[in-house]
Design a protein. Structure first.
Lengths: 292, 162
């Protein structure tokens, strides 16, 4: 399985620790990978897909086309990038009309979308291509952590265009987390949104934050060591969101980690190696706990 | 220039008139718990009132897809909301912050471009200060700009602020 890693915007430009951690994991797992050079914004589904479908499909198809040239599936490490690119890929593969329209735009830059590769999400990819058992065998430091797993929305939904199974009671992500020695603790509203998506964070920040506060309240009650997600937008919403909420007198103090970072920790890397100390909120207690 | 669908197409394509107003959508909506978004009412409005395109609650949807997954009538609610937003955007109804994000995309090829603080974080991690995206490839950024122009994106987002 050959893949090209699609970085998107938030991972390289806000949470580069996730970029570093993902590279470490892919290397250690022996995956044939390279970065998708020259990629742009996916483009972000909540805002740009909302504005204009043709623009969304043209930009998304350019990103996919770069990977087609190499015969590599596109690997995403963000639910938003996954939602945008997987939905666009499927639409273009299924509709000759939309494909023709996208290609007429792409012809101006000498590109052509053929529809020959798939778009993958790192959780689905690791689960189906590597498997829980092999990951268990690769880890060198089991992590004795109680974890609130946050799936986020677009890894699983809309289910009509996703490879994963259950929307209401999924287990794939939990199994990957527990493979590293962690305990995935159940909590109310586990499948609920972080609040950021759909352009709500960017334009209506207080509404997004109210949704985040609700979810954090449920996680707080589960008494966990950290939140683990697989999306930098959820990551940012929980991490920067806790800083905003603390400013309003509501302290949670729950560190937020992307699955790539958690996996890299279990492969023997330090919290500083993968930038957990570079979160917006102070994670020094958590970093000390991990460094013991 | 690319076009938006008509409201009639939205109603037809996404089964909007199958709604029986059961409220499963509203009961499943994380935004509805916190803000004035009432999905059940919004679906009814889309089905009978063209003023739905200026309903501000259209933009409160986080696109979590709970309502669409659970709708017992198979209405593609989120897809309908996205299509209604597109009609609104083509008529110039775009929130100021969204217009700002659109401008960032047009200028940098990223909705969230790099800044100095995060270049520092990258260097601290042993990464290049700029990622291997359009940030490191000016020719690719030119291609992205050419595509955006071919789609007429600037004309859609360049109108007066709401």
């Amino acid at each position: 399985m050959k893949i090209s890693l699609f970085l998107g915007c938030l991972v390289p430009n806000r949470y580069p620790g996730i970029e570093k951690a993902t590279g470490i994991c892919l290397e250690k797992l022996g995956i044939d990978w390279k970065e998708l050079e020259g990629a742009s914004c996916c483009p972000a589904p909540g805002v740009f897909r909302s504005f204009d479908e043709s623009t969304w499909l043209a930009l998304a198809s350019r990103n996919i086309t770069s990977s087609e040239t190499d015969g590599r599936d596109v690997l995403t490490i963000c639910n938003g990038c996954y939602g945008s690119l997987a939905d666009a890929n499927l639409k273009l593969k299924n509709s000759p009309l939309l494909k023709e329209q996208a290609n007429s735009h792409l012809s101006q830059i000498g590109c052509h979308f053929d529809g020959t590769v798939d778009v993958r999400h790192i959780i689905e990819f690791l689960y189906s291509e590597i498997g829980v058992q092999e990951i268990k065998e690769k880890i060198v430091r089991p992590l004795d952590l109680k974890v609130a797993v946050h799936y986020g929305c677009h890894m699983l939904k809309p289910s009509s265009s996703r490879a994963t199974s259950s929307v209401e009671r999924p287990y794939v992500f939990d199994e990957l987390v527990e493979a590293l020695g962690c305990t995935s603790v159940d909590y109310p509203d586990k499948m609920e949104c972080c609040g950021a998506g759909g352009g709500v964070r960017s334009a209506l920040g207080e509404t997004a934050l109210a949704i985040t506060e609700h979810k954090l309240g449920k996680i707080e009650g589960a008494d966990v060591d950290c939140i683990v997600e697989a999306c930098p937008f959820c990551h940012m919403q929980f991490d920067a969101g806790q800083v905003s909420l603390a400013g309003k007198g509501r302290e949670f103090g729950i560190p937020v980690i992307h699955y790539s970072q958690l996996l890299a920790l279990s492969l023997g890397y330090s919290p500083e190696d993968v930038g957990i100390n570079l979160n917006e909120m102070d994670c020094s207690d958590f970093c000390n706990l991990l460094s013991k | 220039m690319a076009g938006a669908p008509s409201i009639e197409e939205v109603i037809e394509d996404f089964n909007v008139l199958k709604c029986m107003q059961c409220g499963v959508c509203s009961g499943s909506c994380p935004s509805g718990r916190q803000a004035s978004l009432n999905v059940r009412r919004l679906v009814r409005k889309i089905g009978r009132d063209h003023a739905a395109i200026s309903d501000e609650s259209l933009w409160m949807c986080t696109t979590c897809y709970n309502c669409q997954e659970r709708c017992p009538r198979g209405i593609e609610i989120v897809d309908a909301i996205l299509a209604m937003r597109s009609i609104a955007a083509h008529e110039g109804l775009i929130l100021e912050r969204h217009r700002h994000v659109a401008n960032l995309l047009q200028e940098h090829g990223h909705a969230v471009p790099i800044d100095n603080a995060h270049k520092e974080k990258r260097i601290q991690l042993g990464l290049n200060s700029l990622p291997s995206t359009v940030h490191s490839h000016p020719d690719d950024l030119k291609d992205v700009k050419r595509l955006l122009s071919s789609c007429g994106f600037g004309e859609i987002t360049g109108g007066e602020a709401q």
